[in-house]
Design a protein around this ligand. Structure first.
Ligand code: GDP
Ligand code: MG
Length: 279
């Protein structure tokens, strides 16, 4: 079995989520930000009969300057890349002009000795195209693949190329033993965990420690091919307003992020009815 970890990165909106979604489809495994079996932030796991590819996140590689990152004492993107990955996939969007990020990325990539795969996305769009501006990247990479993540063009080439660089070994993660069941949608715990995660991402540090998420109902609406989920965030009075946000903006955001993730994980349309209560 071919196994390994791959860091997927790229500027916001280049299509990382779309790529992962369509590469892995219904097999997608989405985990909480907490590391499970490893020290690395797992983003998704691709599995087939002969391979297991673990896609990892490179937190904040673009969001912040290096100084800001080290100040926070977070896991450095560079550290993740250096120690824990067998290959990197760098995604660019040729319909947008090259940015300063590209130079920064090259600086980071030059320090790595792992195989580097450049994936040029959105090839279904012909105009505008700034693909010429990205050509200089090709020298830095071992492979260049042009795809459309959205239209699922050439995605198999991405997996096949990654596989070339993986080594033989045992499965790295036993997905059957993961805290979050991959596709077992009966699990209320899983849904609660997704909502907690989104709340965690959207709320100030201390707030998530004062919430509990309950899923009250999961109903398949067969005729509509829709899964209805009723869930509640329970908190103390102090935080209720904060979680709801101005005109409900915060809870809407948490709800919408959770719904999207559940839809990716299950391949189903979800209606998420999420409310906030205080005790
Ligand atoms: P991320 O921020 O890198 O995760 O990017 P997303 O996956 O969220 O995609 C950003 C936007 O680009 C979304 O509106 C996608 O539908 C769109 N997008 C992603 N891949 C493609 C593609 O191959 N072709 C086109 N036309 N749009 C794409
Ligand atoms: Mg994304």
């Amino acid at each position: 079995m071919k196994v390994g970890t791959v860091a997927l990165f790229g500027r916001p909106n280049t299509g990382k989520s779309t790529l992962i979604n369509n590469l892995i489809g219904r097999k997608v495994t989405i985990t909480s930000p907490k590391p499970q079996t490893t020290q690395i932030p797992i983003y998704a796991i691709y599995e087939d009969e002969e391979s297991q590819i673990i896609f990892v996140d490179t937190p904040g590689i673009f969001a912040k300057t290096k100084d800001e990152r080290s100040k926070e004492g977070n896991l450095e993107a560079e550290e993740v890349l250096k120690n824990d990955v067998d290959a990197v996939v760098y995604l660019v969007d040729h319909t947008r002009k090259r940015g300063v990020e590209e130079n920064r990325v090259i600086g980071t990539l030059r320090k790595l000795s792992v195989p580097k795969i450049l994936v040029i996305n959105k090839m279904d769009i012909k105009k505008p195209s700034y693909i010429e501006q990205y050509k200089f990247l090709e020298d830095e990479f071992d492979e260049v693949i042009e795809v459309s993540a959205l239209k699922e063009m050439n995605l198999k080439a991405v997996i096949d190329t990654i596989k070339k660089y993986l080594s033989e070994g045992e499965k790295f993660v036993n997905t059957e033993e993961m805290a979050i069941p991959v596709m077992n949608f009966d699990s209320k715990m899983y849904i609660e965990e997704v909502i907690r995660e989104k709340a965690f991402l959207r709320l100030r540090r201390e707030v998530p420690y004062h919430i509990t998420v309950y899923v009250d109902e999961i109903t398949e609406r067969e005729g509509k091919d829709l899964t209805y989920i009723k869930a509640r965030i329970i908190t103390i009075p102090r935080y209720q307003k904060m979680i709801i946000g101005q005109g409900g903006s915060k809870i809407k955001e948490i709800s919408s992020m959770s719904r999207k993730e559940l839809e990716v994980a299950t391949g189903r349309k979800i209606y998420l009815d999420l409310t906030v209560e205080s005790v």
